[in-house]
Each structure stands twice: as structure tokens, then as C-alpha cells.
Design a protein around this ligand. Sequence first.
Ligand code: CA
Length: 654
Amino acid sequence: MGDSKLVFASEEIDAQFCYEGKDLGADCREGRTVFKVWSPLAERLCLRLYKDGTSPAYIEKEMERGEKGVWHREFPENLHGTYYDYLVTAGGREVRTADPYAVGCSCNGDRSLAVDLRKTDPPGFDSDCPPEPGPERIIYELHIKDFSHDPASGVPEAFRGKYKAFTVPGKGGEHPACMEYLKSLGITHVHLLPFFDFGSVDEAGDGEQFNWGYDPVNYNVPEGSYATDAVDGLVRIRECKEMIQALHASGIRVIMDVVYNHTHRGDSWLQRMVPGYYYRFMEDGTLSNGSACGNDIAAGRAMVDNYIADSVMYWAREYHLDGFRFDLMGLLTVELMNRIRRELDEAFGPGEKMLYGEPWSADDSPMEEGTNAAQKVNAGLLEDGIGIFSDDTRDVIKGSVFHVEEPGFVNGASKLESKLLHAVTGWRDGGACFIPKSCAQIINYVSAHDNYTLWDKLVLSMHGEGAAFNFPYEDVMEANRLAAFIYFTCQGNLFLQAGEEFGRTKHGEDNSYCSAPAVNMLRWGQTEEFGSLVEYYRGLIRLRKRLPGLCDKSPEAVERISRKQILKDGVVSFHVDNRPLKDGRGAVEWEELLVLYNASGKAYGFVPGQAEESAVWEILADGREADCRRSTVPGEEILVQAGSGMLLGRRAVT
Ligand code: CA
């Protein structure tokens, strides 16, 4: 790499060789297989076929060059299950590469696999469909190995840490685990950390390896270490589909975490197929590194954008995925993200597939001229069906992710009252460096795989270094409940890291991307020890779905929030117009909501206003209980306990 001449060739390549066909890869069907690759700089391209992932080639064929730098070769038979790779000669140098458009691969992704995709469908997959969308999107962020590595999961050993774990119930009974637990929690979406083929785990190695998987090798192939057999390249495809089918059957939609901003190594199949084209370079010819992972994919170039958009569409169609979360979306462009939004809407209906991402990058990256980075400040340029993680909301609630001792509203900070009141509308009313088009663009959260778990952050900021992470401190529990109460009463989409609801700890590790599975895994026994916290979250989840005033994602939703007040230091309140959505969806049990957050350290007493004689306020949630129904007497003083939230609903007059 590092030949700067190639960098400046990218515009020329786009002008001369941009290919709009959707048939790159190996198209296998009855009586015919067509191999097509885009490699405009190649002087010669040779296709090699293999019976498996390791034996020598049994056929070598020259590819024929056609229009737009596309090479092809047709065989009069269905080569389903045949492995292949290419020898590419460019600039007089020959390199071996797998196919960047491949939909299957061998163990560790070294060779590509020709696949007749219909033969990989599990029974019933053609009638698989996601559950109907509900009133709210409550997203649960999960890593496939974390989910079932714990023997207490009740998942059979052969399925632990695998796609297959999603196809069995988990531990049954009073304290459910795995799928049984997910169903009982009430979340609507599972967001799975990357499960395309990544490079950091040896698929032939043992099950004690671990990586989050943000290091793509084969973008359009499922990861092999999550399959019960990584050698037969068809197994991972079928089992990945079985996982998605099982989640759908359990009433849960599935979101895929995608990493189109960089690859495992700069020397990728993309680089070998078209040297210099797919990556950004600095003026001195070195790779740019806005991802902090060694390279940046050059979104903004025609065939790079085609590659990414086609890949997203492929996963949506072939695997029935319901949404995509873009890692370091700030390295991609507004133009590309809007295009993906449009293509998904055209194919599946408006808003049917969720799209959201991290609106930042790790460092600067030389973007293509005329493009806009999909960064937070450009939220107003993104379609309103493209969400961004709200680090503003996260930090105001629990404090900085970079400085562990720095608290937020729930764990001891002062002077955050007015910011917090902006967070309530998803910053639609100002207060941040951007104005979203609507709260549909906002992902509210207080923990994700990056940085400390919520529990660890609270323990460290409240009890200091040396504190015990597995001790259920009552003040930490209280701060945890208040943190959850706050983001569950903000407008926008809701997102939580798996286990946030049962005090998940990584014992103070803030970057566990390659730590042992024992550090990362969900410990299902904790759902018992932290049973009251789980119950609190379950209540918030149930309740939220019945509050159209908070679920409303329209641009006008901001107008539902009124009478925002700072009542005293650490105590704020606001009212919510909770009448049904314009489309008639949503309950009307309470016409108006009154929400208070009290982080003042003292109980706060107040008397709710009586707009009408017949108005009856019910307490729907407080610091201990969520989704309760406690009537109040008109004129009665109500106490919001220290370190607590309170949500009241005024009954609709009948
Ligand atoms: Ca892999």
C-alpha cells in the first residue's frame, strides 16, 4: 500500500469504471453459475475452484474482461458449495484474494464460497417475518457470545456462545435466562454486536477466545466462530438465519451492528482487488486512521458507496434483518447514509428498517471533496429516519465516559438541571451543538459495550477506586434506578446494554473488547441477586409503551413537553401532553403526565395542580416501583424521595 499515485486515481476510476450492476459475486442457481468481479486496474484475473477450504485447486480459469472493469466467467452447472479465490495481476504484480462480494467463505474467511442461497434457508424461513412494530423501540444491545457463555444460561454446551443458543429456551422456570428472559423483559429489538465474518478470533481455535468483532474480513458472510461448524461454510449461513428466525418468532426485531468504516487489516480483499481505491490516504501516502483501527474505508467514492449500500441491502433481504447500527458513522457520509435510508424505504416501506449510528469518529479523516461527514453537527442534514447515539443525554445523566470520577445528575453533579430538561425533548429545543429534525433521530442511553458498564461507572464515581463491584450498594442501586427512570422518560428511542438491568459488571474494565469471555459474559445468576432492579426495568419498559406523549417521534412531539421547571437545586419537573398519536395509536389512560427528577439528596414535597375538579393524579412510577397505580387525593402533598424520579398521570375524564 502507500502508493500515493493510486490515491489520485480514484476520481478517474469513478468516472470511467463506475458499475451499477447488482450481480457482482458468484451467482449460483440450477444449471448455471456466474462469477463476476469488479477490478478495473487488473491486467489479468484468474479464478480457482476448490472442493473445500484447504485442498489444492481442481480448476483454474482465466476470467474475461468486460465493460466497466467487470470480469466474468460462466459455468453450465450449479457450483453451490464450491470454494474459490482469484489471482489478480495489477501493475505487473500478482496477488491472491478472496471475493469481496462473496456471500460464503471457508474457515477463517480465507477462501470464498459459491452459494445457492435458497439451499441455506432453514425450514420456514421463507415465511419468516418480524413482529409488527409496537408503540416504542426499546433496543437491547447484545453480544452473541456474552448471551450464552455462562453455564447458568441453561443452554446446551454445544450451543453456548453460538447462533444456536437463540433457538433454545434457556433456563426455564422462576428465573428465566437467555431467550426466555428476553421475552419476559419486554424489549422490542435486539441489537447484535458484529456478526459478519471478522478476523480477531481463530475460527479453528477454542471457545475461550473473545472479541467484540469490530474487525471485518468478509462483509457479506456471517462470522464462523458463532457457528457449530466453522469449516463447512454453509453452516454459519443457515445457523445465522435460524437465530434471526427464532428472535422474530419470539416477537423481537433484530438489528445488526455494521462496521463499514474500516477493515481488520489494510491488506484486505478490497485492497487486493483494486489497490488504493477503497481506502483513504494521507498526502504522504500513508493510510489515514480516523477509525483508530489502522485504516479508513473511503466512503464518498462511487464504488465504495455502492459496495456499502449493496451490502446493507443484501443483509436486509437475505437475512431479514430489521435494522443496522453503524459503527463510527461519522467516518461515512451524510450522502451515503441518506441513500441507504432511501433504498431501504423503497424496498421495504418507509421506516420499516431502523438505521442509526455513532455520529463521531476516533480522529480526523480526509473525506472526499463535496461530501459531508455523518457527524453529530450534521444531524440536520441526515434524514430523520437516521438515528444518532446521544452522548449528550448519556453524559448529563451519569457523567463523562472518559473521566470515571466525573459524575452526572444521578451521581452527584450539580448545575445540570437545564441541560437535563433539554435532554427530555431529545435536544430538539436546543441546548446541544445540533438540532435534530425530530426525536426519532435520538438514541437515548446510559450504557453500551464501549466504556464502563453503568454499574461500574456508578460504583467508581460514588465509592472510588478499590470499591467492590459485586456488592449491591444501596446508593448505587438508587442512582441506577434514577438513571433508568430519566432516559425512560425522555423522548426518543431507548437503548440499553444487556445486563444494565441487573447490575452488569466488568469489574472496572472499560474496554473489554478482547478480554476473556468470563469478564464479558452475562451472568444469569445476577438476574436473581438484582431481581428488584430487573423488575424496575421491566416496569419502565411496560409503562413506556403506554405513554404516547413520550413515544411520539414526530417533529411536533417537542410541543408536548411544557412547563419545564427547575424547582430547586437538583430537582426538575415538566408536563407531557399524553393524548394519542395523530394516527390514533397509543393508549389514552392519562391525558397528561407530570415528571419529576430529584437528585437533591433530600425528599421533595409538592402538590400537583388541579386543572379540573375531577382531575385525579395517579402515581405511575417512583424511585422504587415502576408501572404502579397509586391514586392520590386532590390537594395531598406528594413526596419525591431523595435520589428518585416520579411519574404521575392525570386520568382522562370520561
Ligand atoms: Ca472470522
